[in-house]
Design a protein around this ligand. Structure first.
Ligand code: UT7
Length: 332
């Protein structure tokens, strides 16, 4: 039997209805639409209502995915949820999503690699398929970043939004799917991007709440510099080691944290005209950015298209995936 590749056979997604505009944010903190558009490139983002957690969006994305791919939920053997903002510490969001979508035979777990979570989960799921162990694996990735955003901090509150995407991964003997991955970590990132309150180091107390330790902390400039450098480095490395040229690339799908980071990454790869980007309307949904982009661009994709996915996030974690798309156009 030929080599088994792991291909994406469908995609679903969900973003909440409520919209938070730059004008809304400029009423909360000292900022302007002009500053946010120029420095970050976001005009609005979606916000999940309080009381609903990430699993709510994951369920919607997976329901759509099952319908679009005509998949019976009982046939799903594994469901991995990449998120940094699960509904609860435990049980996992994955177990709640599987339960509510009828994926009752699936092994489930959450995976936390911050904004790089989708890439980590994709490669993990692909390994289940390549090993011949499973035939249907779902990766659902996304975050409710607004639940950990400090709306008194102008340096972080314009950045984040909420949303989830989900993909079905199946085996194929064609030369398609997740063909290579570079996934990296550098734990020195801790001091520059974190949320320290509420874990086992700083358990939730009045003091941690007063010190605003339950919100994202980010040293923006430091993170920016590393995101630009490391996303491009990983992308160039995966392109070169697979013998690809600029002309072979149909799409680059970068994590959507800042339009300037997206542009710089595309520029270093020399593919400015082949970039998927939806940051203006979606903001940074952390693990959700790449699958939501793929979901929104699905109709433009063709079988055999070469995609380079790349992300950077807390940890630091970062990486790149070389993916050959496996079907034409939008599945309905
Ligand atoms: O997804 C995980 C990875 N995250 C990222 O990749 C994000 C990386 N970082 C960034 O995208 C950018 O660093 C930010 C968008 C967070 C900040 O942009 P920046 O161009 O690096 O701004 P800065 O932090 O250097 O601040 C420049 C100025 C400062 O004023 P002074 O000190 O020059 O007077 C800030 O106080 O802009 C000020 N500033 C703002 N002004 C208006 C910071 N935030 C705002 C704001 N509105 N919202």
């Amino acid at each position: 039997m030929g080599k088994i590749n792991a291909i994406i056979t469908g995609i679903g997604g969900y973003v909440p209805e409520d919209v938070l505009t730059n004008e809304d944010i400029s009423r909360m903190v000292d900022t302007t639409d002009e500053w946010i558009m120029t420095r970050v490139g976001i005009s609005e983002r979606r916000v999940l209502r309080d009381g609903l957690g990430t699993s709510f969006m994951g369920i919607k994305a997976v329901e759509q995915l099952l319908e679009k791919t005509h998949t019976s939920p009982e046939d799903v053997e594994a469901l991995i949820c990449a998120t940094t903002t699960p509904d609860y510490f435990f049980p996992t969001a994955a177990s709640m999503i599987a339960h509510n979508t009828g994926c009752i035979n699936a092994l489930t777990f959450d995976m936390q690699a911050a904004c790089t979570g989708f890439l980590y989960a994709l490669e993990t799921a692909a390994n289940y398929i390549r090993a011949g162990r499973n035939k249907k694996v779902i990766v659902v990735a996304g975050d409710t970043m607004t639940s950990i955003t400090d709306y008194t901090d102008r340096t972080t509150c314009p950045l984040f939004g909420d949303g989830c995407g989900a993909v079905l991964i199946e085996p194929s003997t064609e030369e398609l799917g997740i063909l290579d991955a570079i996934l990296c970590t550098d734990g020195t990132g801790l001091d520059h991007l974190n949320m320290k309150g509420g874990g086992s180091a700083y358990r939730a107390t009045h003091d941690t709440v007063d010190k605003r330790m339950h919100f994202v902390y980010q040293d923006g400039k430091y993170v920016f510099k590393h995101a630009v450098m490391l996303m491009a480095d990983a992308s160039i490395k995966i392109v070169e080691r697979n013998g690809l040229t600029r002309d072979d690339i149909d799409w680059i799908v970068p994590h959507q944290a800042n339009k300037r980071i997206i542009d710089a990454t595309a520029q270093r790869l020399g593919v400015e005209d082949k970039v998927m980007d939806n940051i203006q309307k979606r903001g940074n949904t952390s693990a959700g950015t790449i699958p939501i982009c793929l979901w929104e661009y699905e109709e433009k994709l063709k079988k055999g298209d070469t995609l380079i996915l790349t992300a950077f996030g807390a940890g630091f974690t970062w990486g790149a995936v070389y993916l050959k798309w496996a079907y034409d156009g939008k599945k309905t």
